[in-house]
Write a protein that binds this ligand. Structure first.
Ligand code: MRU
Length: 352
C-alpha cells in the first residue's frame, strides 16, 4: 500500500487536528494532536505542518479549535464572532508567504459570520467545513495530477525543488501529484530531487515520500541542477507554489528562481503545479508578495552543530519569486494555464 492511501498529512480526528510531525521525518514517523488555536499557531510557525495547501487546512482547523475554546466561556454571539476574528488575525500572522493560510482562515471567518443559529451551530459548521476542505484538497490534487501528466514526456527525468507532495497537502501532492499521475501511466519516468537548503525538505521529505511509492528518485544538492541540465539529463521541472500573483509571478521555496533561470537557459520546460487557492488575484505582481525571513539557525547549524564561524552575518529568506516569463505553464485543477498569465489566470477564476 502506498503512503498516500494510508494516511492524511493533516486531518480532523477526535475533535482535534491530527498531523504528521514533519520536523523529524524521515528519522521518525510520528502523529501529533493539536487542540488549541495557539497550539496551531506554533505548529505552523515551527513547521510541524508545512507546505502551502497543508498550512491552509491547518488554518481552517485552527479556526475551528479557536471557536471551540471561545464557546466555552462566551455566550453572546456578537462577542464570540469578535473574539474569533481577533484570533484569526493572530493565526494568519504565523507564516506570511503561503496565501492558502489567509484563504482558508478568511473562508472560515466568512462562514462563521454567515451561519444562522447559535454559537454551537457556528462551531459545528466550522468543524464540518474544515473536513470538507480536507477532502476537496485531495480531489483537487488528483485533477491537477491528471492535467499535469499530459505534459510529461515519455520516460522523462523530472526535477523538483522542496517538497510539494502529499506531505505539503492533505494527500497526493501538487508537483508530486503530477509525478504520481505520470508514473501511473509511464513507470519509466524518474525524479531528481533538490536537497533544498536550509531545511532540506527535498532530501528529508520528497525522497522519503517518493520512495514509499516506489517512484525512482535521485537526490542532488541545490547547486547541481545546471550541471545536470547541461548534460541533457533533465527533461522537465515541476515545482509547487506558495503564492502566485495575478500576472503569474510565483513565490516558492528559496532556490526555485535559480532552477527556473537554469531551465530557461537550457530550454527545459518549467511548470508550477498549484491549486487556485494559491493564486492571489488581489496582487498584481510578485513584488507585492511578502517573503518570510526565517530563523538564522537554519543556516548556521546542521543537526544542532555550528557549520560556520559564529560572528558571520546571516540572511535567510524562506522563499523567492520566479518571474512569469520563466514559467512554461501553471498546472491547476482547472487545467494548465499558459502565458500570458494575466489573461489565463483571469479566465480560470471566471469559470468558478
Ligand atoms: O517552507 P515550506 O516547507 O512550507 O515551503 C514549502 C514550499 O515552498 C512548497 O513548494 C509549496 O508550499 C508548495 S506545497 C504543495
Amino acid at each position: 500500500m502506498s503512503f498516500n492511501s494510508k494516511i492524511k498529512t493533516i486531518e480532523w480526528a477526535e475533535n482535534k487536528s491530527r498531523m504528521i510531525d514533519q520536523r523529524i521525518l524521515p528519522k521518525e514517523f510520528k502523529l501529533v494532536d493539536i487542540n488549541t488555536l495557539d497550539g496551531m499557531y506554533t505548529a505552523i510557525k515551527d513547521m510541524i505542518v508545512r507546505g502551502a495547501p497543508a498550512i491552509g487546512i491547518a488554518g481552517a482547523h485552527g479556526i475551528a479549535l479557536g471557536a471551540i475554546e471561545i464557546s466555552k466561556t462566551e455566550t453572546n454571539k456578537e462577542n464570540f464572532l469578535k473574539k474569533l476574528e481577533q484570533k484569526a488575525q493572530y493565526l494568519k500572522s504565523s507564516r506570511p508567504t503561503a496565501v492558502n493560510l489567509m484563504w482558508a482562515v478568511d473562508k472560515q471567518i466568512k462562514l462563521a459570520n454567515e451561519t444562522q443559529g447559535n454559537i454551537e451551530d457556528i462551531v459545528n459548521a466550522l468543524i464540518q467545513n474544515g473536513i470538507k476542505l480536507e477532502n476537496e484538497d485531495i480531489e483537487i490534487n488528483k485533477k491537477m495530477g491528471d492535467y499535469g501528466a499530459e505534459v510529461v514526456p515519455k520516460g522523462a527525468a523530472i526535477l523538483t525543488h522542496c517538497n510539494a507532495g502529499a506531505l505539503a497537502t492533505v494527500g497526493y501532492g501538487t508537483a508530486l501529484g503530477v509525478i504520481r499521475s505520470a508514473f501511473a501511466k509511464d513507470p519509466t519516468i524518474k525524479v531528481y530531487a533538490d536537497e533544498t537548503r536550509p531545511r532540506q525538505q527535498g532530501a528529508r521529505l520528497t525522497t522519503w515520500e517518493l520512495t514509499q511509492d516506489g517512484i525512482p528518485v535521485t537526490l542532488i544538492t541545490d547547486g547541481m541542477c545546471s550541471y545536470f541540465m547541461s548534460k541533457g539529463m533533465i527533461n522537465m521541472v515541476v515545482v509547487g507554489a506558495d503564492r502566485i500573483a495575478a500576472n503569474g509571478d510565483t513565490a516558492n521555496k528559496i532556490g526555485t528562481y535559480t532552477v527556473a533561470i537554469s531551465a530557461k537557459y537550457h530550454n527545459v520546460p518549467f511548470y508550477i503545479a498549484a491549486p487556485l487557492s494559491t493564486i492571489d488575484i488581489s496582487i498584481k505582481s510578485g513584488k507585492e508578495i511578502p517573503i518570510e525571513e526565517r530563523n538564522h539557525e537554519e543556516v548556521t547549524h546542521i543537526n544542532g552543530d555550528w557549520i560556520c564561524t559564529k560572528d558571520v552575518n546571516i540572511i535567510n529568506p524562506g522563499f523567492d519569486v520566479t518571474p512569469n516569463e520563466l514559467i512554461t505553464g501553471i498546472i491547476t485543477e482547472k487545467g494548465i494555464l499558459k502565458p500570458p498569465f494575466t489573461d489565463s489566470i483571469k479566465n480560470a477564476f471566471k469559470k468558478d
